[in-house]
Design a protein around this ligand. Structure first.
Ligand code: 0X9
Ligand code: ZN
Length: 465
């Protein structure tokens, strides 16, 4: 019998969601009765292996900056029981590993990207604990290289073949997205306007687009939609652009969505992060403002509602860094001010992320449900049902904490709990490629399917408020 002592995050009440909740110092004993007790050099080997496993689990080191991902591997680890799940959760606190998702159920696969220098110790650790795993990408750098070339040529094709700065066969740069908004305001001046709502840390102008039916009525209820809080979730930005395209350019077919409602859309919350994913580090998630020894804050942990209470890191190098203070980031301040400015009129806040096919509603900070959760559930369910009947794609619906994990400081909780939006939903679009990297061919099918869900949810909201 070996005794392995580690700080393992405690999963409270067996709920697969609230893994961040309490940190307990626990002693995990793993019994190796089925194997002969190691002796001599074998015992020594086991000790060394265990030591390197411990080091691997316990050391949190500075995150990388510029990355070409050459030789990076992506693994799916299938945590089959509570011990294995706890092991994965503990490992996810090591900032050297990029956990694309976190184990939620005992048998759910967890996707992890591991850089070359850590791969052999990582695989040793997996084998040592007899974890079930597969490699889903042997060289993420090579995958990205091909995809970047393809995206580049698709961007050029869009530029050549259409009068618009964006299309849905490529992922576009921030400047192209802003140019598209301005083109729409110019093309449809009676229905569409663009507002500059502030500046990112690096000085990029954040713009919202307001789409109306042009009847001149003021004070209508509002749907506020944003995307790109997380830089690497490119399909979310594309999804917001498709919503804009539908409402502005396919107006007649969507007049029912604009009769009594105006739409305000911020397609890129975090432009510094977004540009950084295009230029330097494809899987960057956070903003870019320096903090401590690293850069960037997880904007979706930075809102001042139960800020930092759960599921957020205090380490500035972590991907879920909560920020030095609540609203430390100019980008989250901008979203805050937009949300507060819509208090009363704002009925539906929808924030687009990826990935995982979830429609999540408050709360993200507690497993308790808001008293009127049934109405939000009905709206989200309408979205999931519409998508299911159009393409067969399944979405899971529920509160963030209960369906995914507890994480405080999210924009959805703030919109609902502080700005008074009665319906507040985080939509996690599907995975493409190995998760965050859909191929260019996947963009159109994903965004049209997403639009079907958004349309159904908006109709439900309009019907209720
Ligand atoms: O963790 C997040 O911020 C979101 N998932 S993601 O994979 N896109 O990073 C989910 C946020 C759900 N809402 C709250 N926890 N408030
Ligand atoms: Zn996200």
């Amino acid at each position: 019998m070996s005794i392995f002592v580690a700080d393992i995050t405690h999963t409270s009440s067996g709920a697969h969601s609230s893994w961040y909740k309490r940190k307990l110092r626990v002693i995990v004993q793993f019994n190796r009765r089925s194997e002969p007790e190691p002796n001599g050099s074998k015992r020594c080997y086991h000790k060394m292996l265990l030591k390197s496993c411990l080091l691997l689990l316990l050391c949190g080191v500075v995150a990388l900056s510029a990355t070409n991902y050459d030789g990076y591997k992506i693994y799916d680890v299938n945590a089959r029981n509570n011990f294995e799940k706890q092991l994965m959760l503990r490992l996810s606190q090591n900032e050297e590993y990029d956990f694309f998702d976190l184990p939620r159920e005992a048998d759910a696969a967890t996707r992890i990207m591991v850089q070359p220098k850590d791969q052999s110790s990582f695989e040793d650790m997996l084998s040592h604990f007899n974890l079930d795993y597969t490699i889903v990408d042997e060289n993420f750098g090579a995958t990205l290289e091909k995809e970047q070339l393809e995206n580049q040529s698709q961007r050029l094709m869009t530029a050549r073949s259409t009068s618009r700065s964006v299309g849905f066969t490529a992922f576009h740069r921030f400047a192209e997205i802003n140019a598209y908004l301005d083109e729409l305001a110019k093309a449809y001046p009676s229905r569409v306007s663009v507002q500059t709502v502030g500046k990112s840390y690096e000085g990029r102008y954040l713009k919202t687009i307001t789409i109306t039916n042009g009847d001149g009525k003021t004070g209508k209820n509002v749907v506020f939609l944003d995307a790109g809080i997380h830089a690497r979730e490119w399909i979310a930005h594309a999804g917001a652009l498709y919503v804009i395209h539908q409402l502005a350019e396919n107006f007649a077919a969507n007049a029912d969505l604009l009769k009594n409602y105006d739409w305000v859309i911020l397609p890129v919350v975090n432009p510094d992060g977004y540009e950084y994913t295009h230029s330097t580090t494809r899987l960057w998630r956070k903003t870019r403002k320096p903090a401590g020894t690293c850069s960037g804050t997880d904007a979706n942990r930075n809102f001042d509602f139960h800020w930092g209470e759960v599921g957020a890191s205090s380490s500035s190098c972590a991907d879920t860094f909560k920020g030095v203070t609540a609203f430390s980031e100019p980008e989250t301040q901008i979203v805050r001010d937009l949300l507060l400015g819509l208090t009363g009129r704002g009925k539906f806040y929808l924030t687009l992320h990826s990935y995982g096919n979830y429609l999540l509603y408050p709360w993200g900070w507690t497993s308790a449900l808001p008293s009127d959760w049934k109405i939000i559930d009905e709206v989200a369910q309408a979205g999931a049902d519409a998508i299911r009947s159009s393409t067969g794609t399944r979405y899971s619906v529920g509160s963030s904490t209960n369906v995914l994990y507890a994480a405080a400081g999210g924009s959805d909780d703030y919109a609902f709990g502080v700005a008074g939006f009665p319906i507040s939903i985080t939509m996690e679009l599907p995975a493409g490629g190995t998760g965050f990297n859909p191929t260019t061919a996947q963009i159109l099918p994903f965004v049209t399917e997403t639009w079907t869900g958004i349309r159904a949810m908006a109709l439900k909201v309009i019907d209720k408020y």
